[in-house]
Design a protein around this ligand. Structure first.
Ligand code: FAD
Ligand code: SF4
Ligand code: SF4
Length: 678
């Protein structure tokens, strides 16, 4: 929160005109006062108001520039007359006034056109563009009148001392870590232009099949339609474009033509979502990319962690092939070492480290000794399951013995397995264990049902319950009990939530005398993962975070060593696919400029993206006008429990075309324009 000269943002009324700086009020919002480290902002203008950070802003020119941005958009859109013609009139009249040629009637005309646009435009962008313009005309009428009455240009009209940087956004786009142009891909579905839909997705998200299936869809939590009835089924609509391309056997619909080679080379370490994304956008920019992968297969945790029944490998492979289609070179079965990194620094123009977090953390109980048979880290357990199910790569003999398997695949017939966790990984462990024939599968979780749903999804939890997983909430393993290094049982403590008498967060406290033992054959710790960073040469002294991942500034993704970048889980810690994609997309964009100029820069679009995310585009309190509530959200069919629990068929069918069209129709196209003057 900072002091501002004037603000109508989100309904606040701050007017410090005529007051000394030290008396200025603070805005309640994270307005972009500093554009970047080199420039302070003068003003911010957007769909929900306007804020001035200095008295010296040419408000007439500011209004004109904002209208100009909309005019460019509306010419291209052309979906409705009020938006298209209104946009042209707004710009023409404002520019006329700013030039010093305006008439008194122009002000009235501007207000009338604004009102018509607010009431009759089809999309939010047309409805909202007049909002800040009216604020400026109402609060700074004298500045407009000075231009009209004096027939003189606005105060900075002939000066080129201000940059006007605009960006189109939407609440859902802002919430998606990859900033996918959601309204555009939904519109592609609605118009039955599935190729356009896919290209809109791939502008910032190359893994369309994947994020149409297993993304935790933070975009839906910030979908404006929630304020009216229910969020749009954003994630699943992404499948339409991807399936269309795959099912029809078309070539790949890339969002742009790959640029000719610029003669620069980048090494990417790790072929998970971050590595694949980095490679994709670097290749589009004409950079030659080699991707090194330790495993025999490509895809990272989505390939060897996320099970087949959630993310079929033939679909994921399509996403991977789209990357290969741009000429990316993949080198598998190659674990990059510190020596190789030293060499890469000479051989390549830059390196992107995208090695994920593939070490399962311990549960920290008594007698937690990895040599006890039956103790099996979640990542290794899922590796074995997925390599076998998806790629027919069987369990090696030594591991078969180590994990007491009767055959060279994960067969848990007659066994009891307990998993400790509460996130995606643990849910995959228990559901895979059911499919591997386990007699009994137990999930031990410290917190409650609501939290496990929040950490995963409602569907995921309920599907696991239906399949027979037993959840024991408010519980934690206190001790592993073994006989001759073979796991026999677990001692489990019980906890209860004790309210804070001071009204703070309730705390979990152990219930004395409530501990119990359960007989188990396996304990799978799936509490979290850490990063293996041994590939970073020690003498480089690359900075780490306090949670032992690679440190960057979270904006340009360069590490403390020049030319070495990091993205995805190895940078952030275990997170989500879309988070890895968003980071790697940004890193690729910075790297593509870096390999040519040696400079680390963000584009204006990226700077605006970061400002808007801080400001937050979605307004939970907004009352939606002009749309009728009550159109129910579409739900695609899922396999019944009996159809799915002993096999790896994909659980969700996805939308039929009719369902998809009905769902796409519900989208309100909530595009907005934001602009900073600096
Ligand atoms: C079981 C499980 C289920 C999940 N489910 C979901 C889900 O449903 N939705 C969701 O959004 N997220 C999910 N996640 C999280 C998601 O998979 C990760 O956030 C994402 O894969 C991170 O991508 P990444 O590219 O950073 O790392 P990773 O996917 O881990 O890829 C890193 C790659 O680097 C390779 N590598 C590591 N070190 C080296 C080296 N020295 N040399 C060469 N190669 C190396 C690894 O072998 C790996 O292939 C899940 C994670 C797990 C474990
Ligand atoms: S209604 Fe459509 S455009 Fe609006 S926030 Fe939801 S998905 Fe995005
Ligand atoms: S990638 Fe995930 S967050 Fe982004 S639009 Fe798709 S479902 Fe939403």
């Amino acid at each position: 929160m900072s002091k501002v000269y004037f603000s109508t943002w989100r309904g606040e009324q701050i007017n410090n005109i005529g007051k000394a700086d030290e008396e200025w009020e603070k805005s309640a919002y994270n307005l972009p006062l500093e554009y970047n480290e080199h420039a302070s902002s003068k003003a911010f203008i957007g769909w929900d108001g306007v804020a001035l950070f200095s008295p010296d802003v040419d408000v007439v020119r500011l209004a004109t520039e904002y209208a100009a941005q909309y005019q460019v958009y509306s010419e291209a859109c052309g979906r409705c007359a009020p938006g298209r013609w209104g946009g042209r009139i707004l710009y023409d009249l404002l520019d006329k006034i700013a030039r010093g040629e305006g008439a008194l009637s122009d002000m009235e005309h501007l207000k009338e056109v604004s009102k018509t646009m607010q009431e009759t435009s089809k999309c939010e962008i047309g409805k909202t563009v007049p909002n800040p313009l009216l604020d400026l005309m109402n609060h700074f009428e004298s500045e407009f009148m000075a231009c009209i009455e004096g027939q003189k240009p606005s105060k900075h009209y002939h000066m080129h001392d201000t940059n006007y940087i605009a960006k189109i956004t939407a609440p859902c786009m802002d919430a998606c870590p990859a900033h996918v142009d959601i309204p555009a891909y939904i519109e592609g579905v609605r118009d039955l232009r599935f190729d356009d839909s896919l290209m809109a997705t791939r502008q910032t998200m190359p893994l369309a099949h994947t994020c149409g299936r297993v993304c935790p869809h933070p975009c839906e939590t910030e979908c404006r339609r929630t304020n009216l009835d229910e969020a749009i089924s954003i994630m699943e609509l992404k499948r339409l474009g991807a399936d269309y391309e795959t099912d029809h056997g078309f070539g790949f619909f890339h969002p742009a033509q790959k640029k000719p080679s610029i003669g620069k080379k980048v090494a990417v370490i790790g072929a998970g979502p971050a590595g694949l994304t980095g490679a994709y956008y670097l290749a589009l920019e004409g950079v030659d990319v080699d991707v090194y992968e330790e495993l025999p297969v490509l895809g990272g945790e989505v390939a060897v962690g996320v099970p087949e029944y959630r993310m079929p490998i033939d679909k994921y492979n399509q996403d991977i092939e789209a990357v290969r289609d741009l000429g990316v070179n993949f080198i598998t079965n190659t674990k990059v070492t510190a020596d190789m990194m030293r060499q890469f620094e000479n051989d390549y123009d830059a390196v992107l480290v995208a090695t994920g977090t593939r070490i399962s953390k311990k549960v920290y109980c008594d007698n937690e000794r990895p040599e006890i048979q039956g103790y099996w880290g979640a990542i290794d357990f899922l590796d074995k399951v997925n390599l076998q199910v998806k790629y027919d790569i069987m369990v090696p003999e030594a591991d078969q013995k180590r994990h007491m398997l009767p055959a060279n695949f994960v067969d848990l017939s007659g066994k009891t397995l307990a998993c400790v966790g509460g996130g995606f990984t643990s849910m995959d462990v228990v559901r895979c264990a059911i499919r591997a024939g386990a007699k009994k599968v137990i999930m031990l979780y410290r917190r409650d049902e609501a939290t496990i749903i929040k950490n995963t999804t409602y569907e995921e939890y309920h599907e696991a319950v239906e399949e027979g997983v037993e959840f024991i909430f408010h519980s934690a393993v206190a001790k592993m009990n073994d006989e001759n290094d073979v796991l026999k049982s677990l001692t489990v403590d019980r906890f209860e939530l004790v309210p804070d008498p001071n009204g703070g967060r309730p705390t979990l406290e152990k219930i004395d005398g409530a501990s119990f033992d359960i007989d188990v054959d396996y304990l799978i710790p799936a509490v979290s993962q850490s990063a293996d960073l041994k590939l970073l040469p020690e003498e480089w002294e690359i900075e780490r975070t306090s949670w032992a991942t690679i440190k960057t500034n979270g904006k340009d993704y360069m590490t403390s060593r020049k030319g070495i970048f990091a993205a995805g889980d190895c940078e952030y810690g275990p997170m989500t696919i879309v988070n890895a994609v968003g980071q790697a997309k940004r890193a690729a964009s910075v790297m593509a400029r870096y390999v040519q100029s040696g400079e680390i820069t963000l584009s204006d679009d990226e700077i605006m993206e970061d400002h808007l995310r801080k400001l937050k585009v979605y307004d939970k309190k907004e009352k939606i006008k002009g749309w009728l509530p009550g159109l129910p959200r579409a739900h695609s069919e899922v396999l019944t429990v009996d159809e799915r629990k002993d096999n790896n068929r994909e659980v969700k069918y996805g939308f039929t075309q009719e369902e998809a069209l009905a769902e796409a129709e519900r989208c309100m196209r909530c595009y907005y324009i934001a602009m900073v003057a600096h």
